[in-house]
Design a protein around this ligand. Structure first.
Ligand SMILES: [Mg+2]
Length: 230
């Protein structure tokens, strides 16, 4: 009974303390030459391109948001993100992540990948300080689609190619901290394992009816059991 386990990053693997938000806001502001105020915005589970567009709309930007300018914003974003992470002492791995990855790897039946709204180079920069890139060779990213609902299919396709093994949707578990992680899993027929270590409350997660809901990923045995539950 194999499982393809798709991990979200922000609020699920890492406590980011807003580093991504700050870096993206500065980059969008510079690329589009407009002041961005985004502290009030709910970004949980949104993809980076979606966040950029919403930051611009919210800040009153009325011109066309073209791909070229968006690419420029991301070019500006990546080095800022790297510096923000180096400066932010609270940017940290959430409890239980290494233990969970080790336990899943030991089962011999778990295939790990990412499912994140981060653009791929941003995801890699965030995971690098914790040496986690080696645990996640592949994934689906905000750079693949601005629409998170499309990411499970992309992750599944890539996993099939990389692991040389097909996965039924019911063999796929999406782990994430936002309602959007839950809805994208369910929309694909995958299992949703929600964890309330991000900004989304237990009640909000519960309302989306995830298959499993944890307050953290610290209880390794229970999380592994849920991942392999029928
Ligand atoms: Mg998240």
């Amino acid at each position: 009974m194999a499982r393809l386990v798709l991990f979200d990053i922000d609020g699920t693997i890492l406590s980011t303390q807003g580093v991504g938000r700050r870096a993206l806001a500065r980059a969008v502001s510079e690329a589009f030459e407009i002041a961005i105020a985004c502290d009030h915005m709910d970004l949980s589970g949104k993809t980076d391109p979606q966040i950029c567009r919403e930051m611009l709309t919210d800040s009153g930007y009325s011109n066309e948001v073209n791909a070229e300018k968006l690419a420029k914003a991301f070019d500006i974003y990546l080095p800022i993100l790297k510096t923000e992470i180096e400066l932010c002492k609270e940017f940290a791995l959430l409890k239980g992540i290494h233990e969970l990855i080790d336990a899943l790897t030991k089962t011999g039946d778990a295939y790990l990948a990412l499912l994140t709204g981060n653009i791929e180079p941003g995801a890699r920069i965030k995971l690098e300080p914790f040496s986690l890139n080696q645990s996640f060779a592949i994934g689906a990213y905000g750079s693949d689609s601005a629409n998170r609902m499309e990411l499970p299919a992309i992750a599944s396709k890539r996993a099939t190619k990389h692991f040389e093994r097909a996965f039924e949707p019911k063999e796929i578990v999406v782990i994430g901290d936002s309602t959007r992680d839950v809805t994208c899993a369910k929309g694909f027929g995958a299992k949703a394992l929600a964890v309330s270590t991000g900004k989304t409350s237990v009640a909000e997660l519960q309302a989306e009816d995830p298959d499993f809901l944890f307050s953290s990923l610290e209880d390794t045995d229970s999380v592994v059991e849920a991942i392999f539950a029928k």
